[in-house]
Design a protein around this ligand. Sequence first.
Ligand SMILES: NC(=O)N[C@@H](CC(=O)O)C(=O)O
Ligand SMILES: [Zn+2]
Ligand SMILES: [Zn+2]
Length: 424
Amino acid sequence: MKTLIKNGHVIDPATHKEGAYDILIEGDKIAKVEKNIQEEADKVIDANNAWVVPGLIDMHVHLREPGFEHKETIKTGSKSGAKGGFTTICTMPNTNPIIDNEYMVEYLNLKASRDSAINILPIGSVTKGQKGEELANIGNMAKAGICGISEDGHTVMNAGIYKKAMTYSKMFDLIVFAHCEDKDLVGKGVMNAGDKALSLGLAGISNDVEDVITSRDIILARQTGTKLHLCHISTKGSLKLLERAKEDKIDVTGEVCPHHFILTDEDVDGFDTNYKMNPPLRSKVDVEALKEGLKKDIIDIIATDHAPHHYDEKNTTFDEAPFGIVGLETAVPLTITALVNKGIITPKQMVEKMSYNPAKRLGLDKGSLAEGKTADITIINPNKKHTIDVNTFVSKGKNSPFHNYEVRGMVTHTMVSGKVVFES
Ligand SMILES: NC(=O)N[C@@H](CC(=O)O)C(=O)O
Ligand SMILES: [Zn+2]
Ligand SMILES: [Zn+2]
């Protein structure tokens, strides 16, 4: 099987290619990247006016299976990922049961091989049942193929246990995905602490809730030498800590989610629980700092933290609703509209943060369009104007604050191992 992608604008940070190239795919591999390829192919894709980039990689996704199939399944979540341009996703372990042993990892891998057309890399939990008390069997999970460990949804408050987990993580060359939220400081907070929370009469979440744990985790990462990845950075303080840690040559990376670089707590509508997520939407000062951090490449990675919840669960008061919003199908248009088209990052930086850097961080032989590589490729029409409509999502989760948002940029094709798995 030969596929030819014609007339596209290739953006490939790995090979420093940026310009008009055709790509010939043979079987599951990239065979040629050249100008004007004249070869017979079984399928020709016209990528005129579109970017052709290495398949996008999302380091932070919640698929909800097993246990919460009413919110999302591996099938629906992976389809949502493919539609969003993602060829590889890392999935968080806060399912029911929690992914805290090798049998659960094997189950996920088997289910993913049956139900998903995109690559799924499971993340194991740090502690058994994410209870924060006893270490999960990290070594056995590593052998079963996890890419890292995370207590996402919570923080392991016991620093002794966390440090031990980091030592194991280092031993098995895993990444520690850190959800930074001090349990004692957060109290009953549901949105950013500030004037808006006061006016809505909602309990606030201050920046120190995040920054205290970011600081602790960086100190422990330096001590243990483990690879630390800061999930969903939302504060200026955490960004500064990340910058400083990088200067100190600590092995740490950080991700930001589109909602955190676009919306502020001023946007929170107290009756719309689609503005409730963890960490919360922060102040303008924080959002400006995050954009600066993206521009200056202090922040390496854009991830979605795709967190689907059922309509009935979100359809309650702001206090009661679960934290989280979906993101797989909106990440590309939101990033193009809010960052690229505003001149904050270049298209190349976008590809670095959504493919090349995640691949490098995960140690994957991906995120590149070099000849001989596996043909994981995303094609994006960056100019296509449209209005986000949650009813068109293939994800089961419709919980997005971006409904009715005017955006530019649309994924037209997603290819995994040479096979088109999504086409608009
Ligand atoms: N981000 C969220 O608000 N929610 C996530 C958990 C998490 O990422 O912390 C979820 O699992 O729903
Ligand atoms: Zn989290
Ligand atoms: Zn998460």
